[in-house]
Design a protein around this ligand. Structure first.
Ligand code: TXA
Ligand code: MG
Length: 317
């Protein structure tokens, strides 16, 4: 049985005890809900792969309370340190080399000599990291290949019975997963667009960032989670729609959307659209429809991350 617990001090302590006993707890972050387990414990990490049915070549993100803790496990280079000062805690993940004798489970690196690390901003994630006393492996709390959860109920929809508790922190503010930045090469490379933009990263570092298009082949190899079909609803997805075909439900964007559309943001606000995206895709993904049509979203700011997820949702399976 999976139980949803409201986020309060007592329940965070319960979650901490559960994690220390080697079990799994889903927790809110500012991006999406994570499926947490002790990142130092191979058994807990194996349980995460099992619960998600995640291929074992796809490495997991590790959540840490702060940069100092991260430095115990990965080599924090100059670029990482500059970016952390500006964007941590927050929705930015770095790929960095493991330190010698790194205590993180080898399994979570899936055979690579690097780790994805992130310091989340969400107060519940922070409180849980402080309480449990170890880094938390925490991929998005959904079955592999499916839509990421932005509410506690979404976690239960996908993972009921496979996780002890879901700490309910309400809807996630950002709504799309963190920006993933590879800092192990000569040039920083964007492996997954998110709320921290490539332009903002380039501005802090004063160098160009290889972006998704350029780094795509490289990215697909280096970040195995970035397969073309991902975030897949059950129904077929049609992009750049202007109106519905028979049987379709329409996800709209902006003031020009038809009145019958489920509007991601009636005012055309990309932040609001990102926060609504996964919940709306789930609502639309119902057997009463034959397909999901989605209006064009501008390819700027958070629209870059939204369109990345939509292309994967629409990709051939
Ligand atoms: O916002 C987020 O990042 C959420 C919340 C819960 O923190 N987590 C998340 O985790 O989206 P996940 O596992 O669903 O996505 C992590 C991505 C995957 O595409 C994975 O392949 C990539 O990061 N990744 C993890 N470790 C890596 C590594 N060592 N090298 C390259 N890519 C890595
Ligand atoms: Mg995921």
């Amino acid at each position: 049985m999976t139980e949803i617990l409201p986020a309060n001090t007592e329940n965070i302590a319960t979650a901490g005890r559960t994690l220390r006993a080697g079990k799994l707890v889903a927790f809110p972050t500012e991006t999406v809900y994570g499926l947490g387990g002790n990142a130092l414990d191979d058994h807990a990490v194996a349980a995460i792969y099992e619960a998600k049915n995640r291929p074992d070549f796809n490495p997991l993100i590790v959540h840490l309370p702060n940069l100092e803790t991260a430095a115990q496990f990965v080599h924090v280079n100059e670029a990482a340190s500059l970016l952390a000062q500006r964007f941590w805690p927050g929705p930015l993940t770095f790929i960095l080399p493991r330190v010698k004798d790194c205590k993180l489970s080898l399994l979570l690196s899936a055979g690579l000599d690097t780790v994805a690390v992130r310091v989340p901003h969400h107060p519940v994630a922070q409180a849980l990291l402080m309480d449990c006393g170890f880094p938390l492996a925490g991929p998005s709390a959904n079955p592999s290949g499916r839509i990421s959860p932005t509410r506690a109920e979404h976690v239960v929809e996908g993972l009921a019975g496979k996780v002890e508790y879901v700490i309910d922190g309400g809807p996630c503010q950002v709504g799309v997963e963190s920006t993933v930045l590879d800092l192990t090469g000569e040039q920083p490379a964007l492996l997954r667009p998110g709320a921290v933009l490539a332009d903002e990263i380039a501005a802090v570092l004063g160098v160009n960032v290889l972006t998704a298009q350029i780094a795509q082949d490289e990215g697909a190899r280096k970040s195995p989670g970035q397969l073309s079909s991902h975030y897949a609803p059950r129904l077929p997805v049609r992009l750049n729609a202007t109106r519905t075909e028979p049987g379709e439900v329409l996800l709209g964007f902006g003031p020009a959307a038809p009145a019958d559309a489920q509007n991601l943001s009636a005012s055309g606000d990309l932040t609001e659209a990102a926060a609504n995206l996964f919940a709306f895709l789930r609502m639309a993904d119902q057997a009463v429809y034959r397909g999901i049509a989605i209006m064009a979203i501008p390819e700027t700011g958070l629209g870059i991350a939204i369109n990345d997820r939509l292309r994967r949702a629409a990709a051939p399976r």
